[in-house]
Write a protein that binds this ligand. Structure first.
Ligand SMILES: NC(=O)c1ccc[n+]([C@@H]2O[C@H](COP(=O)([O-])OP(=O)(O)OC[C@H]3O[C@@H](n4cnc5c(N)ncnc54)[C@H](OP(=O)(O)O)[C@@H]3O)[C@@H](O)[C@H]2O)c1
Length: 342
């Protein structure tokens, strides 16, 4: 059987440990049914990579290969594949329960894959899928913002808590395109500049009290809140700032209990977004991730959306993967770090 290189781990070690990632050899898998076999050309690191690598105990029997974002070329297709063919350029964020993109080749279900943009470099593309899917689903599916109702949206305010990270950098652009008034949180001169470049109308500092910060801008309440960091820490501010009948979406799990009763009198809704839900449960609308990524590719090609790449490493190897993990672990990323073989 043909072999490939993959980077993975057998123990959950700190990233500074020389054995936190190792390169090993395994068989190239064969695609069946709806699967594509993709030669991975670019990938990126998200906080989920840090969580899965870092949290866990004991030694694993098999090396675990993670990595979710990917850009690559289709080299083989399964017998039920209808959306793609060999040599297609693709991008995707993969599944939580399958082997990841930190490898030369990877299997992925065609229903969660998009045709790659034509005008960007591999590493610019490779940083986009996971954060774009998360931001799109949060805004347009969970918060139910109608992205085509620009005139109506222009009357509405959205507060994005963590505007400068991976997800916030795409969410700010998408919300701006949909016509919303966007208040994005950023705490440093570089991040304030970055979120404004992404289309934020106002900025607030998430390390200060957000109620005071937002009210200083002249808004008593906001129509929508998208929470992208430290839900526990920001919960009381969210409950205070959300408009009666408004909607909140969070993407980060709370560590303690959050008191939903704080939203009762306002009849405000609370929604979770988990980018993996569709592929994890094979939901009826799983193919919508294919459609979203195709739409994201069009927006990137038309220049309506720009890549959030801020740091590029090459090639894809254990040294660069460790460096990308180290950067994301700081919790101070601006935009995204990508790694490519291109
Ligand atoms: N549910 C899902 O599907 C999903 C998908 C993607 C990500 N996530 C989760 O969402 C979170 C954000 O992901 P990401 O990729 O956007 O993160 P990221 O790029 O690592 O976020 C880094 C940014 O977070 C800001 N930050 C730090 N502490 C903060 C705080 N207390 N409040 C607000 N912002 C703060 C930092 O700004 P300063 O340096 O200026 O403080 C930094 O710019 C992670 O926890 C990730 O696991 C969930």
């Amino acid at each position: 059987m043909p072999q490939m290189k993959a980077i993975g781990f057998t123990q959950h070690l700190p990233i500074s440990d020389p054995n936190s990632f190792q390169t090993f050899t395994e068989e190239i898998p064969t695609p069946k049914n709806h699967d594509l076999l993709v030669k991975v050309i670019a990938t990126s690191v998200n906080p989920v990579d840090i969580g899965v690598r870092g949290h866990g105990r004991g030694a694993l029997k098999q090396p675990k290969v993670i990595g979710w974002d990917a850009y690559g070329i289709v080299t083989q297709v399964g017998n039920k594949v209808s959306l793609f063919k060999k040599n297609d350029r693709v991008f995707y964020a993969g599944s939580f329960i399958r082997s990841g993109s930190d490898s030369e080749y990877q299997l992925v279900d065609e229903r969660i894959v998009g045709h790659a943009p034509m005008t960007l470099t591999p590493v610019e593309i490779g940083v986009m899928p996971l954060t774009s899917l998360t931001a799109w689903e949060a805004l347009f599916e969970r918060l139910r913002i109608n992205r085509n109702a620009k005139a109506e949206n222009a009357q509405k305010t959205l507060l994005i808590i963590n505007g400068s990270g991976g997800v916030g950098s795409v969410a700010t652009q998408l919300a701006h395109l949909a016509g919303l008034q966007v208040i994005a949180s950023a705490s440093r001169p570089q991040t304030i500049k970055w979120v404004k470049q992404n289309g934020a109308d106002w900025t607030v500092n998430h390390h200060a009290n957000l109620v005071t910060e937002v009210r200083k801008l002249g808004f008593h309440y906001v129509d929508y809140i998208l929470n992208l960091n430290d839900l526990d820490g920001h919960w009381n501010e969210i409950a205070e700032l959300i408009k009666p009948e408004g909607a909140v979406c969070a993407i980060t799990e709370n560590k303690r209990g959050i008191d939903l009763q704080k939203l009762t009198k306002k009849a405000a809704s609370f929604n979770w977004e988990w980018m993996y839900t569709k592929s994890y449960y094979h939901t009826d609308d799983m193919i919508s991730q294919h459609e979203i990524l195709d739409r994201i590719a069009q927006l990137l090609d038309s220049g309506d959306l720009h890549s959030t790449l801020t740091k590029s490493l090459k090639p894809i190897n254990d040294v660069n993967l460790k460096e990308a993990h180290r950067l994301v672990e700081t919790n101070h990323m601006i935009g995204k770090v990508g790694i490519s073989n291109d």
